[in-house]
Design a protein around this ligand. Structure first.
Ligand code: DQA
Length: 144
């Protein structure tokens, strides 16, 4: 079972950006956690982070041929990108949306998720541990 894990803009700044919201762990810590969780769950992962919307769309499209499911944190593009929503709908792979912070407790402009409309589940407010949760949820979904 292979998952494409896609992270959007500024997530490479984890550990530096707004630690009160996103924590002190770095993007490298997040990548290590994902690899560890994937090993434990016996799934394969491919991880991409990009600050560019089109790169995220390209990666979603690439997942069509190479992955069984998608875990995506589109970051700020969550709230703006119909292109990412359309790409997720196009490939129609089971997808889980992840957010490190709890969007329900944040600004009103973060209350809309376009990408989330193409995801069967959303994990939020668990910090980077949310990616482990997402891997488990996606695996369960694929196992039926
Ligand atoms: C985020 C939440 C978004 O609103 C924000 O723009 C991000 C990160 C999260 O993981 O909590 O960059 O997706």
């Amino acid at each position: 079972m292979k998952f494409s894990i896609i992270n959007g803009p500024n997530l490479n700044m984890l550990g530096i950006r707004e630690p009160a919201i996103y924590g002190n762990t770095t993007y490298a810590d997040l990548v290590a956690l994902i690899h560890q969780a994937a090993k434990e769950e016996e799934v394969q992962v491919e991880i991409l982070q990009s600050n560019h919307e089109g790169m995220l769309v390209d990666e979603i499209q690439r997942a069509y041929d190479k992955a069984d499911g998608i875990i995506i944190n589109p970051a700020a593009y969550t709230h703006t990108s119909i292109a990412i929503l359309d790409a997720l709908k196009a490939v129609a792979l089971p997808a889980v949306e992840v957010h490190i912070s709890n969007l329900n407790e944040r600004e009103s402009f973060r209350q809309i998720s376009y990408a989330g409309q193409a995801c069967f589940h959303t994990v939020m407010g668990q910090g980077i541990e949310g990616y482990r949760t997402a891997i488990k949820i996606l695996k369960q979904k694929l196992l039926g």
